[in-house]
Design a protein. Structure first.
Length: 431
């Protein structure tokens, strides 16, 4: 009698860079965050178009974006201290519920033709107040869903989902404005928050161990975080470089409606195309960070390169007269922007112990989502007088110049450091 042949079972193993997706809670959090991020970008397209229709003002366009980030200037350091003291999952449930309510409110007001610019600014301020706590809680919550050895991959994957949604969301946003109207963008965003609230409500990650932050006052926690950063010059330089890139390059996204409406004359759907181009670049950058997450260099050197390339591409985009060339340059700008943000985030979280991560990461929030977005307001104000193209040409060029200056400074500093170390070795040998 012939024995039955044994079939080989083919197993499929994810690459190491994607291994956090095999973690149950991280995978459902990642999927929910992806759908929620799509909603965010849908609303971003609708909101920019709504403000432009109501005011036709570049200054007010920048002011709305600035209003959402203003609370981070005052509250982000305290938000980081709170994220180290309180259950981060509960914080995220509260903040995501507020965002859902605010999107629904503006959608209803727009449908009833009662919406005014001051209402949009007020809602943006409310959202910004909660994001000063929610943002550091979101970023540090990843460390509770993955093992310490996979933290870099987890951060990179979180960045990838946001930028993957940035490709899909603006395209859907441009279509939804034409089909459902601006109010439809807000309704879709409100619905998308359900996708992240459900995973947050059902998951039960392991409880964090009690830390010293929970026994301190918030003021003491903030001081401890600042004191820790003072001891790490490389971390300080990384935060400064990230601030420069955010302040001088990131305002391109705020001024895109001006380019779509007044420069290229391509309408709301064209605005979605411009945003999608930047989003594709951001996605490519985030995928590169994911694939290289275990071997990529983190710190000031990488940020210097990104500042030079991203600033130059931003200035070139401002001078582009061809839509095709502008789209290609937006790919580069988007890639550099997201890689700089992800590398700084990873640098902070890998250099800082878990119990202090929220407080130190709040400095990254302060630079990238607090003080940095003053650049949106400045860019809107300057564009009001000299135009959006000249504004981005100046800001992008300045970013590249500052990065070059830092590069030259570090090249001059390195030989001195080598000489000092040699002198120290000679002194030890003489003894």
């Amino acid at each position: 009698m012939q024995l039955p042949t044994r079939t080989k079972r083919v197993s499929f193993t994810l690459p190491a860079s994607l291994h956090p997706l095999t973690e149950k809670y991280f995978s459902i959090f990642w999927a929910g965050a992806f759908l929620s991020s799509i909603g965010f970008w849908i609303q971003a397209v609708g909101e920019g178009w709504l403000v432009l229709q109501l005011t036709n003002s570049a200054l007010l366009l920048g002011l709305v974006t600035f209003a959402a980030t203003l609370p981070n200037v005052v509250l982000s350091l305290f938000g980081g201290a709170i994220a180290d003291r309180v259950n981060r999952r509960y914080l995220l449930i509260i903040t995501q519920s507020v965002y859902l309510s605010s999107a629904l409110t503006i959608g209803i007001l727009t449908t009833l033709h009662l919406i005014q610019v001051w209402m949009i600014i007020l809602i943006a301020l409310i959202n910004g107040t909660f994001s000063s706590v929610g943002f550091p809680a979101w970023q540090t919550f990843i460390s509770e869903l993955v093992s310490p050895g996979e933290l870099k991959q987890g951060i990179a994957l979180n960045s990838m989902q946001f930028n993957l949604s940035r490709v899909i969301g603006p395209a859907i946003g441009g279509i939804s404005v034409g089909v459902l109207g601006v109010a439809g963008s807000y309704y879709l965003n409100a619905l998308s928050y359900v996708a992240i609230l459900i995973p947050l409500l059902v998951m039960r990650p392991a409880l964090r161990m009690h830390t010293s932050a929970e026994r301190q006052s918030i003021w003491q926690g903030v001081r401890e975080g600042l004191s820790y950063v003072r001891k790490l010059p490389s971390l300080q330089l990384a935060l400064v470089l990230q601030f420069v890139i955010v302040f001088l390059v990131f305002p391109y996204a705020t001024l895109l409606p001006i380019f779509a409406n007044n420069i290229f004359h391509i309408g709301a759907q064209g605005l979605g195309l411009l945003n999608s181009a930047a989003g594709i670049g951001a996605l490519c950058g985030s995928v590169l960070v994911v694939l290289r997450s275990q071997r990529m260099e983190y710190g000031p050197r990488a940020l210097i390169i990104l500042g030079i390339v991203g600033g130059s591409a931003c200035a070139a985009f401002a001078m582009a007269h061809s839509l095709q060339l502008a789209l290609l340059l937006l790919l580069v700008v988007g890639a550099c922007a997201v890689m700089a943000s992800t590398i700084t985030n990873t640098t902070v979280q890998t250099m800082v112990p878990e119990e202090m991560r929220g407080r130190v990461l709040s400095l990254w929030v302060l630079s990238s989502a607090g003080i940095g977005p003053f650049g949106n307001l400045v860019a809107g104000w300057v564009a009001q007088y000299v135009g959006a193209p000249i504004t981005l040409m100046l800001s992008g060029g300045l970013c590249a110049i500052i990065a070059l200056i830092v590069l030259c400074w570090r090249m001059q500093l390195k030989p001195r450091m080598v000489e000092n170390s040699i002198d120290s070795c000679k002194a030890v040998s003489a003894k």
